[in-house]
Design a protein around this ligand. Structure first.
Ligand SMILES: Nc1ncnc2c1ncn2[C@@H]1O[C@H](COP(=O)(O)OP(=O)(O)OP(=O)(O)O)[C@@H](O)[C@H]1O
Length: 684
């Protein structure tokens, strides 16, 4: 004998096998096909079949033959071109002796079969009982319990009645058979039990096989697809362990709908589960639906904490290599009062941006997350408006070099003291502007008012904030001043922008952070860092910049005051783009006459010379001023030309007027006019 098969159905002998034992019905019959190579071969039949396949007796074929054809325990020879085999068919009780002798393994198989039958019988019974209980309690209608309880109750009552009637009929039938036909009283229940156990057991086997096939052949949970059913949605909530049963989750009408290249659905959560809890399990929901986290978004439903909205795009929208920046190639002036900063695109393909007027922003993230690109978008946007002043501080000293010629003030070196002085200077401007507004009894700055007052909007940007705020000597002083600047600056047209690589409470004081109304969290190393930028608690609600794919540089969460954070990716600007935009900004500013006043600015040189020529005197006649100016080689040409001096001073609002000195009235100027004009020019 070549060996016994391990499984009851494995009846086909392998070509090289010398024989096989086949158990077809372990309850009653056991058939053994064994090799009988040592037995004398039979004479071939008169008309032997042409092919071996045609003739070779299939063990199944043998198994289906009527056992009565074969005498119990009498080996029957079957001719085959390749083998001569004996077939033994016997009732199991007698077979056991034979088998024990030659085929001990088969005994094991019978024992296994009996055990399996018992196991599947019990499982089948419990499955059938469970199914009946779910049916009678109308578990399939539980989803409607909240909306139509009376309908569910009616179904339950009807099913209870059907169950009782079935049971009653069975009992009566059994009684009749017992009474009239000598039927044993337990016959009915036994048949019911056997049928139920067999049917349930068979179902159990089929379910397990299907499961086994899935386990083996599938690579894991399959993608939920482009238009999943409501049931599939409910199942992912069970898979993510948010609900225990699908019935606990309700899909709200109109169900799953397509939304561009995505599907979306509103779901009512199981009792006592809140949106915030689900948001934390976003990754689990993604896993249960066979998708990556970048393709599963959980949004709140306004005014209902017990519901959430899933939004799942067909592909990761942030995986695009680059998002084009709207500013790229722009040659016309920007108006920061009316236009939004075009930061990039949200995952839903919508423009991502914000209004700069009245806002201050913080951008943070791990090294190489894309902070410089994000800041460049804001800085280029501001630079392209000729009427916005740029005041810049950069700890690295190289990132902002493109803006050097455009910046009204800049500390582009790792100089905390210089940065502190600049913060103090901008606070002075803030105080002055505040005083002017107070004098006009105005509370809020508008575009018209700013134009009327001749104020430029001022963007105060610090790159590498950590370098300055963590400095041993200057850090605390700078942080204190920044808090003041951020809280009051926006009322007088001064807006702040800070970028930092290490978002922690040491770097960004939480009081300062809370005053910044726009926050952009690029990829962070920890949820705590993400919270440090967006604000406490956002990561636990699912808005966590740590979850951003490391390869998706420039992707982040943008939070603007009063809204939920949105995920998106910044438009891409490379270094040549920034240089080009800075050149355009320079031209626009030159045309508008708003380039910063440098030490070599002609107006600044003339006014400084005039102040010096006045000395300590407040009033000076033109006739005295001209020769004094002419001492400076730069102004000798003015010596005899009062009209030319008047022409040069006109752009600064200065015109000669009669000046009374010691009772003599002649044309002249006042020192205070020059000082004020110089101040205005520097601060412009
Ligand atoms: N929106 C974007 N799309 C594609 N690539 C981007 C985007 N933003 C940034 N990158 C790429 O990511 C890399 C890092 O960008 P960036 O220099 O802005 O990071 P950073 O956070 O400023 O880095 P560091 O902290 O080291 O200064 C660069 O190679 C840049 O090209």
């Amino acid at each position: 004998m070549g060996g016994c098969p391990d499984r009851l159905e494995a009846a086909q002998p392998a070509p090289e096998a010398r024989g096989v034992a086949v158990v077809t019905n372990p309850e009653r019959w056991l058939r053994v096909v064994r090799d009988a190579a040592d037995a004398p071969p039979l004479d071939p039949p008169a008309d032997p079949p042409q092919s071996a396949e045609e003739d070779m007796p299939d063990s199944r074929e043998i198994a289906v033959r009527d056992p009565a054809e074969l005498a119990p325990l009498e080996p029957t020879r079957v001719w085959s071109p390749r083998h001569t085999i004996d077939v033994v068919v016997a009732p199991i009780s007698r077979q056991v002796d034979v088998i024990r002798h030659e085929h001990g393994g088969v005994l094991r198989i019978s024992a296994k079969a009996t055990k399996a039958s018992a196991k599947y019988g019990v499982l089948g019974l419990s499955r059938a009982a469970g199914g009946w209980w779910r049916w009678v309690t109308a578990a399939d209608h539980e989803a409607s319990m909240a909306t139509k309880p009376e309908l569910v109750e009616a179904v339950r009552a009807r099913r209870r009645k059907v169950s009782l009637w079935t049971l009653g009929t069975g009992v009566v039938g059994d009684g009749v058979l017992w009474f009239f036909m000598d039927w044993p009283w337990w016959g009915g229940p036994a048949i019911l039990l056997a049928v139920t156990a067999t049917a349930g057991g068979a179902a159990e086997v089929i379910i397990r096989r299907r499961q086994a096939v899935q386990d083996i052949t599938e690579e894991g949970a399959r993608d939920i697809g482009r238009h999943p059913s409501g049931k599939a949605i409910r199942q992912i909530f069970v898979g993510a362990k948010i609900a225990r049963r699908v019935e606990q989750v309700k899909v709200i009408a109109p169900g799953v709908v397509r939304d561009g290249d995505a599907w979306t659905v509103e779901v009512e959560l199981p009792d006592s589960v809140t949106y915030s809890e689900v948001a934390k399990k976003r990754a689990k929901l993604a896993a249960a639906s066979g998708r990556g986290i970048a393709r599963m978004y959980v949004d709140p439903v306004p005014d209902h904490e017990g519901r959430c909205r899933l939004w799942s795009p067909d592909r990761d929208p942030l995986s695009e290599l680059k998002v084009d920046c709207e500013l790229k190639g722009r040659t016309t002036a920007v108006n920061v009062w009316t236009e939004r900063v075009p930061l990039g695109r949200t995952v839903r393909g919508l423009p991502m941006g914000f209004h700069m007027a009245g806002r201050s922003w913080l951008v943070g993230g791990e090294p190489e997350a894309g902070k410089s690109v994000a800041c460049n978008i804001l800085l280029c946007f501001a630079a392209l408006d000729p009427y916005v002043q740029l005041w810049l501080v950069d700890g690295k000293g190289v990132d902002l070099l493109d803006y050097e010629d455009l910046a009204h003030r800049a500390v582009l070196r790792p100089d905390p003291e210089g940065a502190y002085d600049l913060v103090c200077e901008v606070i002075e401007v803030m105080e002055e502007r505040g005083a002017q507004l107070k004098a006009r009894r105005v509370k809020k700055l508008t575009r018209e008012l700013a134009e009327d007052l001749g104020w430029s909007m001022l963007l105060f940007h610090i790159d590498e904030l950590a370098f300055f705020t963590t400095h041993e000597e200057w850090g605390k002083k700078i942080t204190g001043k920044l808090r003041d600047l951020v809280s009051r600056g926006r009322f007088v047209g001064i807006y702040n922008s800070y970028a930092t690589q290490r978002p922690s409470s040491k770097v960004v004081d939480t009081d300062l952070r809370d005053l910044l109304s726009i926050r952009f969290a690029l990829r962070c190393l920890t949820p705590a860092s993400s919270d440090m930028i967006l604000g406490d608690g956002w990561s636990s609600r699912g808005y966590n910049a740590q979850l951003i794919d490391a390869s998706q540089r420039g992707s982040g969460l943008l939070w603007a005051e009063g809204t939920m954070p949105v995920t998106g990716r910044t438009g891409f600007l490379d270094d040549p783009d920034v240089t080009r935009l800075a050149r355009t900004a320079y031209k626009l500013r030159k045309a508008a006459g708003t380039l910063p006043v440098t030490d070599t600015h002609p107006g600044r040189l003339l006014l400084t010379a005039c102040v010096a020529a006045c000395g300590d005197a407040e009033k000076i006649w033109t006739a005295d001023l001209l020769p004094r100016l002419a001492h400076d080689p730069a102004w000798t040409h003015l010596a005899d030309d009062p009209l030319e001096l008047a022409r040069l001073l006109r752009p600064y609002g200065i015109a000669p007027k009669g000046q009374d000195i010691d009772g003599n009235n002649r044309n002249g100027y006042r020192r205070s006019w020059f000082v004020e004009a110089l101040d205005g020019l520097i601060r412009r």
